[in-house]
Design a protein around this ligand. Structure first.
Ligand code: SF4
Length: 231
């Protein structure tokens, strides 16, 4: 795919909002917004593809899996209005990548600093499981984001195995093993840090603990600040 040289992140975000490439996901996110969770029955669900967001000169890129059905798909912003967003923003705040420690709504005043947040697919999938073709479809958006950010990015944090595999496919990195805390050079003078996803399934079971999680972001920060031995 040829990436236009004048592409910018705002255009990509708009393309994502208007994207309808995956009929199964478009139908699903619409149905979630019609049925709603009882505690959110007063909310108007976004129920469209959820654009990525953050600083257009970011050194840090966080790659998640997908918006949550009652999180990003409800609020219209990634990692917003669910427990994964709580974990992510608290860690980003504590390491200086966000101005507030939580992410509850699109109007909460959150500003990312030197960081950009995206995902493998931009529509919430049933059971958090996008199909191979849906991942392939949405890779067009992620590829464009990587292209626009490539001049400033220093560290990429992937959340979960699908995010790692998708990033590696797009950047022609082969054979990188999924291991929480794994650190790789991505071959383009950028550092790739591998993490578990902060989903409830991982945090509630203790597979991912707070010390394990915050260490990922402290490491990212130390690399960006040219102090990689700090953590
Ligand atoms: S998952 Fe991505 S490619 Fe598929 S419809 Fe949503 S935004 Fe478009």
């Amino acid at each position: 795919m040829q990436i236009p040289t004048n592409l910018n992140l705002l255009d990509i975000q708009q393309d994502i909002r208007n994207c309808r490439l995956c009929p199964r996901l478009i139908e699903y996110i619409h149905s979630v917004g019609m049925s709603k969770q009882s505690k959110f029955r007063q909310d108007d669900y976004w129920s469209r593809p959820v654009p990525s967001f953050g600083d257009s000169k970011a050194s840090l890129l966080v790659v998640g899996l997908a918006p949550a059905a009652h999180g990003g798909n409800r609020t219209g912003r990634m990692f917003t209005g669910d427990s994964s967003g709580d974990w992510l923003m608290r860690a980003m705040f504590e390491t200086g990548f966000a101005n507030i420690p939580n992410s509850v709504s699109i109007n909460d005043g959150l500003v990312l600093k030197n960081a950009y947040v995206t995902s493998v697919v931009k529509c919430a999938p049933p059971n958090n499981k996008p199909t191979y073709n849906e991942i392939l479809n949405c890779a067009t958006h992620l590829k464009k984001e990587l292209s626009v950010l490539k001049g400033t990015l220093k560290v990429i944090v992937t959340l979960g195995k699908i995010a790692l595999d998708s990033y590696c496919n797009l950047t022609n990195n082969r054979g990188l093993k999924f291991r929480h805390g794994g650190i790789y050079s991505d071959g383009d003078e950028r550092v790739l840090i591998v993490s578990y996803h902060p989903s409830k399934r991982n945090t509630n079971t203790g597979l991912l603990t707070w010390p394990m999680w915050i260490k990922i972001f402290k490491k990212a920060k130390s690399i960006i600040d040219n102090n990689p031995n700090q953590v």
